[in-house]
Ligand binder design. Structure first.
Ligand code: AMP
Length: 214
């Protein structure tokens, strides 16, 4: 494969964000996460950020036209010309169709598969830094110093509103109803590859790289 237009697909908490970052670094292409971009807009308090926050806090998807606009602008930037790793986009069939209309057909879509039970246990222990957005897990990946962000030194980690139990349920439900149909969409296009999102982080990264380079 010469071009790397990639997408990570998976339930919330499947580990796709971490894996997408690693993959982008390995291949020297940008990591494009709509969740990160929306949280950034929310932190800055822009009009779009405020609007998006209402949906995000409830565990609902932000309307397609908002997200499509953000991604279109981001992928038009120069650093994305040689490829990119999309993380959290597309999340609906209309978003996937919009991406194709931009003339950006994906070369490989990696599904990171985990069970619903695993998702709930992972998201339930998640803590985030309200200052820089870094994510930790009480058991799996706690910060070096309790309650202090390793990345920026901010004191006082929080449980994001969208990681509260009711929102977790809602996010899983949105995943099954709106995002999981993309598995068949990309299988039909012949670009889908699946990996199990369990085991060590390094093993999952290795399986993903193998699928991308196959
Ligand atoms: P994530 O960090 O990818 O789990 O995204 C966090 C939240 O941002 C999601 O629960 C949605 O509310 C919103 N979001 C992120 N990406 C999208 C997308 N492609 N379409 C709609 N909403 C999105």
């Amino acid at each position: 494969m010469t071009s790397y237009r990639l997408m990570m697909l998976g339930a919330p908490g499947a580990g796709k964000g971490t894996q997408a970052k690693r993959l982008a670094e390995e291949l020297s292409i940008p990591h494009v996460s709509t969740g990160d971009m929306l949280r950034e807009a929310k932190r800055k308090g822009t009009e779009m950020g405020k609007k998006a926050a209402e949906y995000m806090n409830a565990g609902d998807l932000v309307p397609d036209e908002v997200v499509i606009g953000i991604v279109k602008d981001r992928l038009a930037e120069e650093d994305a010309a040689g490829g990119f790793v999309l993380d959290g986009f597309p999340r609906t069939i209309p978003q996937a169709e919009a991406l194709e209309k931009m003339g950006l057909e994906l070369d490989r879509v990696i599904e990171v598969a985990v069970t619903d039970e695993e998702v709930v246990s992972r998201l339930s222990g998640r803590m985030s830094c309200p200052s820089c957005g870094a994510v930790y897990h009480q058991e799996a990946s706690p910060p070096k110093e309790e309650n202090v962000c390793d990345q920026c030194g901010h004191e006082g980690l929080i449980v994001r509103e969208d990681d509260q139990p009711e929102a977790i349920k809602q996010r899983l439900e949105s995943y099954h109803r709106q995002t999981a149909p993309l598995i068949d969409f990309y299988r039909d296009r012949g670009v889908l590859a699946s990996v199990e999102g369990v085991g060590s982080m390094d093993d999952v990264t290795a399986s993903i790289l193998e699928k991308v380079k196959a």
